[in-house]
Write a protein that binds this ligand. Structure first.
Ligand code: ATP
Ligand code: MG
Length: 417
């Protein structure tokens, strides 16, 4: 990411997102948002800086430890840079929602977080400042809350699938968020920090067979629950050997890209977040929280997809659909003019095209584009005629096509994704 100029380090674990990296992150964010909206979650935006007061109410101000960046304002008030938003969202909810009739509610935001990680490493994978989608569910009963939990479970599987990733939901520990039920979504990657132990048959589950309907989602959860899938914190060799035959056992490394929690009234009770029931009684709302590491996903996709030093972006998040590559020499505008025409033509069809109009030599350009991993290239070179060009799939086959044919091909590829 550093070599391609996607990001630039500003200080330990803190990065600027340069145009190429920012473009990928925004595409990931859009998919995450669309899948949240599809299960009926509503987007809001909470601040990055929070008051210490609500964290004192929940008891986490002391518990959270040194990962929390604590700040004092000029009035000497204690503030903090939010590492997560359970307290903040509960405070919003308790002051605006009074009746059981308004439930369930699913709320989310996509916002920067800060955790003063002791060892920030692997670039955007473990930063101090990172971009996260965090959602929160509010229900009256445990049973209804489980439906909310399952909705996010399905929506996460759909989100990662659209990013061309196979994420396995794994039974997980709850850590400082707390609660009794939790799944980590982990993708397989050699460089991952999580050790995973799972039944290989979990990959055969087809999420397309399931809708947002309560029963259908419950069936999906049951299918996953049948298979052994845990990270090393919960691993027990005896259980693993008992539940999974040797040939189906998978030990691998992975990257955590999402994490969901159900914790009932852990926050609503101390923060006095209750609603009125039909019979006049009050009940503390039952809550869950659901995170996706949007900025971590940029690095995670690279780790999961790269091959021989070549990044390969899935079509859904590629920084550009296609790159135009040719040799441009000073004083010779023939190639330049041809490429600009192709560029404008594709732009008019809403194809996201990049034209490298630098004077670097061709082999340097090929190296550069191999590294960046844009999935298709249009090359004006030795095989080009007046109206036909090389159309090359990254690391794949080349065809000689007219610009009209190239356009139709790119539009078709995009529609398939
Ligand atoms: P980890 O175990 O990797 O430290 P976590 O369990 O502390 O993560 P959660 O509170 O579950 O993290 O956060 C939700 C998601 O946010 C994680 O699944 C991950 O994708 C992302 N995330 C968490 N910490 C970081 C970080 N330091 N840098 C980048 N992304 C992060
Ligand atoms: Mg986690």
């Amino acid at each position: 990411m550093l070599r391609t100029g996607m990001i630039k380090q500003s200080s330990a674990g803190i990065y600027s997102w340069l145009p190429l990296g920012f473009k990928v992150m925004k595409k990931i964010e859009k998919i995450v948002r669309e899948e949240q909206n599809k299960i009926g979650a509503q987007e809001l935006l909470m601040p990055t800086i929070q008051s210490a007061e609500i964290w004192k109410e929940s008891g986490r101000y002391d518990d959270y430890g040194e990962e929390m960046l604590r700040i004092k304002d000029r009035q000497n008030r204690e503030m903090l840079y939010g590492p997560t938003n359970e307290e903040q969202v509960t405070e919003i909810f308790r002051s605006s929602v009074k009746s059981y009739k308004s439930l369930p509610q699913l709320l989310y935001h996509i916002q920067w977080k800060f955790r003063d990680e002791i060892r920030p490493r692997f670039g955007v994978m473990r930063c101090r400042e990172f971009y996260m989608k965090d959602a929160y569910s509010f229900d009256v009963t445990d049973e209804e809350a489980l439906f909310s939990y399952n909705k996010f479970f399905l929506s996460y599987l759909r989100t990662f699938k659209r990013l061309n990733l196979t994420a396995i939901p794994m039974a997980a520990d709850t850590g400082p968020i707390g609660g009794e039920l939790s799944h980590e979504f982990v993708i397989l990657a050699e460089t991952g920090e999580s050790k995973i132990y799972s039944d290989k048959r979990i990959f055969d589950i087809d999420i397309n067979e399931h809708s947002n309907d309560d029963n259908s989602i419950k069936e999906l959860r049951d299918k996953f629950d049948k298979f052994y899938a845990v990270t090393d914190e919960k691993f027990n060799k005896e259980n693993f050997d008992k539940k999974v035959e040797k040939e189906n056992q998978l030990h691998a490394k992975g990257i955590e890209v999402g994490h969901i929690f159900y914790f009932g009234d852990k926050y609503s009770k101390p923060l006095k977040c209750s609603v009125d029931l039909q019979d006049g009684k009050k009940v503390d709302v039952k809550m869950g929280s659901y995170g996706i590491g949007v900025s971590r996903l940029v690095g995670a996709i690279i780790e999961a997809k790269f091959n021989n030093n070549i990044m390969k972006w899935p079509q859904s998040v590629t920084p550009f659909d296609v790159a135009i590559i040719t040799s441009i020499k000073k004083g010779d505008s023939e190639n330049l003019n041809k490429c600009e025409k192709i560029y404008r033509f594709l732009k008019e069809s809403k194809i996201d095209v990049l034209f490298d109009d630098t004077e670097d030599n061709l082999s340097a350009k090929f190296k550069k584009f191999d590294l960046i991993g844009i999935p298709y290239q249009i090359i004006l070179g030795s095989k080009t005629t007046d109206d036909k060009f090389e159309f090359k799939e990254l690391n794949g086959k080349t065809e000689i096509l007219t610009i009209e044919e190239i356009k139709n091909k790119l539009l078709k590829i995009r529609n398939l994704n």
